[in-house]
Ligand binder design. Structure first.
Ligand SMILES: C[S@@+](CC[C@H](N)C(=O)[O-])C[C@H]1O[C@@H](n2cnc3c(N)ncnc32)[C@H](O)[C@@H]1O
Length: 214
């Protein structure tokens, strides 16, 4: 399989080492060595791992929203790599939420070091009450089916507070079908064959009068 090709593996190791040195010099930490109490890959709360920055940049380029007019939220932001990429992509505002305080603290430090103005919010995605503030949502397989269903319901309900286009980018989309079942349309599927990753981009148009759920 190409993923295990010697050249591909060597390139990854070189990239990993270069990133580690860069992070060490700049006082950053996006490393994936952390396993906290809440991070044990249990059925509903999945653990921390990081979206590759190259993948994230490509994904952001494919989301049809206009960054300068859109607010971005990473649901389960971990140490904040995707927040960094979203700021660099020019989003009007950028925020991330996570239920692991330790990871959030690292994310805040990373953003401070990078001099980036980002809101790092401590919250469980199921309790978060401000989805209406955002237009573009990013998920890297943060949780299981039951939680996803609740969060998708909240995204849809947030149109009652602010009726707008909603874009979702879902990396490693294990529960992608849930978005379509809830009324989102699948706009694009991005596959990276060398890294063996998939991202789906979903769209929910603004509601017309009378279309709101009871
Ligand atoms: C796979 S990591 C992704 C991190 C980051 N988005 C990235 O791509 O680099 C998933 C994150 O979701 C967080 N998470 C899991 N369940 C959550 C929940 N119910 N509410 C908020 N965050 C959650 C975890 O703490 C973890 O940091």
């Amino acid at each position: 399989m190409r993923n295990y090709d010697f050249k591909v593996r060597s390139k990854r190791w070189i990239k990993f080492l270069a990133n580690s040195i860069y992070e060490r010099i700049r006082g950053l930490d996006f490393s994936m060595v952390y396993v906290g109490e809440l991070q044990r890959n249990v059925e509903e709360f999945h653990g921390y791992s990081m979206t590759d920055s190259g993948d994230m940049k490509r994904v952001l380029q494919r989301i049809p929203a206009i960054p300068q007019k859109s607010a971005f939220l990473d649901v389960g932001c971990g140490k904040g790599m995707c927040l960094k990429c979203a700021v660099e992509a020019g989003y009007k505002s950028v925020a991330g939420l996570d239920l692991d305080r330790h990871l959030l603290e690292i994310a805040r430090k990373n953003m401070d070091r990078l001099n980036m103005k980002v809101d790092c919010i401590y919250a469980n995605a199921t309790d978060f009450a401000r989805y209406a503030d955002y237009d573009v949502f990013y998920f890297y397989n943060p949780f299981g089916k039951t939680i996803f269903q609740q969060v998708i319901g909240k995204l849809i309900d947030s149109q009652m507070e602010r009726n707008r286009e909603i874009w979702v980018a879902y990396y490693h989309p294990v529960y992608g079908d849930l978005f379509e079942q809830a009324g989102f349309t699948l706009e694009q599927e991005i596959r990276d064959k060398t890294r063996d990753t998939t991202t789906r981009i979903f769209y929910l148009p603004p509601r017309r009068d009378g279309e709101f759920r009871a």
